[in-house]
Write a protein that binds this ligand. Sequence first.
Ligand code: CAO
Length: 410
Amino acid sequence: MYVKEGDSVSQFDSICEVQSDKASVTITSRYDGIIRKLYYNLDEIAYVGKPLVDIETDALKDVASEEDVVETPAVSHEEHTHQEIKGHKTLATPAVRRLAMENNIKLSEVVGTGKDNRILKEDILNYLAKQTGAILPPSPKPEIIPPLPKSETVPAAAKDRGTKIPIPISKPIVFAGKDKTEAVTGFHKAMVKTMTAALKIPHFGYCDEIDLTQLVQLREELKPLAQVRGVKLSFMPFFIKAASLGLLHYPILNASVDENCQNITYKASHNIGVAMDTEQGLTVPNVKNVQVCSVFEIASELNRLLTLGSAGQLGTNDLTGGTFTLSNIGTIGGTYAKPVILPPEVAIGALGKIQVLPRFNGNGEVFKAQIMNVSWSADHRIIDGATMARFSNLWKSYLENPASMLLDLK
Ligand code: CAO
């Protein structure tokens, strides 16, 4: 809530933040005036179409009584509004305008790539990246790029990833002897809806371990190159691209079924969802059209989604249309998981923590291997175990021999 009763507001001033089960949206004032009534307290549930706030406008003050106030209704979607700048109208959503405002960007200087030249979040982020690099991680100067590591039996990159995972130091939460009840809202509400629907799906589980020794080394080599181009390269882009290459052979895993399981729709796009742990809770934005993206492009898009996710600013487009999901719980910890399908999708994979473990090489010698476990869940009504296993084998082969991906990259 950005205002209280009695406050003066101008057009486009932020009034409050509304979190739906899909996205977080800033509601702005359509009028210049004085806030006369707030219909909700912080954290209360606002109803679509019902008034959110009464604003007494200057025009009404002159000619009308106290009751003549303008109601700003709650909206369930991103509200599209016009902004008059330097004599021409700029189309942008309140969330986009807020992003621009927070970064001191004049909307009139940004080229909108949306419908009717509407300025999208992407346009602001691209503008920022071009102007200042403020949203993307800062690029290190070329001279500090370390030389590529030499090939060794044990990769230079090999290190116990387990020790790298930060343990957050948070205060214990104490309820002082009294129970606390609160409404389930926002992303949690979305989780209730999706997971209740998922319960109807008979899940088939399949797990395996992946030797990422070569990939860990490769990423270590590519990370500084990506950094020079302003992008943080984690393991996810490789996991995502390998999944897409696998889906090309097993399209049934990138499909959806209708409610009564009468029809299967094979999706043309590989819109791969990434489970993201944010301050607002679990959310799953997706990287669109992975089948035509390079690993670098996926990394860049993931950076954008992570930036927006941590700011609670993911838009509806980023959060809808997913066709397959990966959940990298290993960034937090754990070896195995039991992922739950996100309907209408039919498959999901959970990735465990990469650990240094002893394994045997082809000569029977023990070496330090970088091991990660994967746990798949698939809709057993339409996907059989053998298909899931074959897909997993293919995904695993790309990641265990990352050079083999080159053969299939377009
Ligand atoms: N094991 C060990 N380390 C890992 C790892 C794994 N499985 N996956 C990534 N890492 C490393 C990264 O490489 C990175 O290391 P560097 O700083 O050396 O590059 C570090 O962990 C942090 O990664 P990141 O979080 O910045 O980026 P990411 O792309 O690897 O992960 C995301 C992004 C969204 C998957 C992650 O932030 C996240 O939210 N994970 C939790 C997902 C979750 O909650 N799943 C459960 C859903 S069901 O409730």
